[in-house]
Design a protein around this ligand. Structure first.
Ligand SMILES: [Zn+2]
Length: 364
């Protein structure tokens, strides 16, 4: 399984925005207007906050100083080449261990973290305090190539409170030419004091046609289906495709779940399976309320659902999602949730139980 970031980060000949074309405008605009030492780049997941941060860092560090800043990065200077090779001495990328490989940043840059007991510790999903301390030291040392020192933190909400507090001090009292780029799809979960120290750069969802064209260039058939499946977030749509879910599999999902077929989600892993079930539940509920489905075409939503049962299913999905990190038996958990889904997606009681109603009448 390769993750979506694998071919998106760093190999572009100029800036990473070339891999995500909708970032070109925000990149130019941000280079042009933002002089703040700390930026918070936020927006929906899957639109490229991390890639924009990398492209900005590349632009700031680019040594083609004969060009105006908005025309950087050049992609050809020594600095740009070091950036592309993920070995720029003035760039530190702070990502949780668990994301490094999928983002293509699994080498270097996080020396502050210990490898744990014989390297057996499970990769952390948090940005650890040791890594933040190393980043603070990094930011306070003189830049190797004389342009700037850049620290990219992604996703910033993965810093726990201790790490975030340590980081805050550096944001409050920046030294030298250090610049910070925080990426987030959940800015509300950051410490308010962190948010207030940063200039905000907001990324919107790209136009659906642009996102679909981008997916098509990556060999995705019927990109509109996976794009809708991902709420319009193109990187998430690509992620879905790379996990082997094509348009046909997605479209068949509501019907299979309504039939209680848990094998439809085999190999998805619990978080992705819950996400899909929540979308099926959402669309069934939306349709039952007279609204429009969001993740599936209307004709694919299994209708005539029971709102009370859907609500109950939705609560159970949320409960298990909140505990998705627990060592569940994944297959059992999915089977149980699909079982509840089958019940919730059944014909509503008012239609399903005429005989019961009849017998109640006859006895009463
Ligand atoms: Zn350059």
């Amino acid at each position: 399984m390769s993750a979506p970031g694998a071919d998106l980060s760093g190999q572009g000949s100029a800036g990473d925005e070339h891999d995500l074309p909708w970032l070109a405008t925000p990149l130019r605009r941000t280079l042009e207007t933002q002089q703040a030492h700390a930026l918070l780049i936020h927006g929906p997941g899957g639109v490229g906050q991390f890639e924009l941060a990398l492209a900005l860092a590349k632009g700031w560090l680019c040594e083609a100083t004969d060009r105006p800043l908005v025309d950087r990065p050049c992609g050809r200077c020594a600095s740009c080449k070091l950036h592309a090779a993920h070995s720029h001495p003035d760039l530190l990328v702070l990502v949780p261990e668990a994301l490094r490989e999928s983002l293509g940043w699994d080498l270097g840059g996080n020396e502050g973290e210990d490898a744990g007991e014989g390297g057996k510790r499970k990769p952390s999903k948090e940005i650890r305090i040791e890594a933040v301390r190393a980043a603070i030291v990094f930011a306070t040392t003189t830049s190797a190539r004389g342009r700037a020192k850049v620290v990219v933190v992604h996703p910033a909400e993965r810093m726990n409170d201790v790490a975030a507090s340590a980081f805050l001090k550096t944001l409050e009292e920046p030294v030298g030419d250090a610049r910070f780029l925080l990426c987030s799809a959940a800015p509300d979960s950051l410490l308010p004091t962190i948010r207030s120290r940063c200039q905000q750069v907001v990324l919107a969802l790209p136009p659906a046609a642009d996102a679909a064209a981008w997916l098509e260039r990556r060999g995705i058939a019927q990109p509109g289906v996976l794009l809708a499946a991902s709420g319009g977030q193109p990187q998430h749509a690509l992620d879905l495709a790379e996990r082997g879910v094509d348009a046909a599999a997605w479209l068949a999902l509501p019907r299979r779940i309504a039939a209680g077929d848990a094998t439809a989600l085999q190999g998805w892993g619990l978080p992705a399976a819950i996400d899909a079930l929540q979308k099926i539940c959402h669309d069934a509920a939306a349709l039952a309320c007279g609204g429009a489905p969001r993740y599936f075409p209307k004709e694919r939503v299994v209708g005539e659902a029971n709102l009370d049962a859907l609500l109950q299913w939705s609560r159970e999905l949320a409960r298990v999602a909140a505990e998705a990190e627990h060592p569940w038996s994944v297959d059992l958990a999915i089977e149980s949730l699909v079982g509840q889904g089958r019940e919730a997606l059944k014909t509503p009681r008012s239609r399903a139980l005429p005989r019961e109603a009849l017998s109640l009448n006859s006895t009463g």
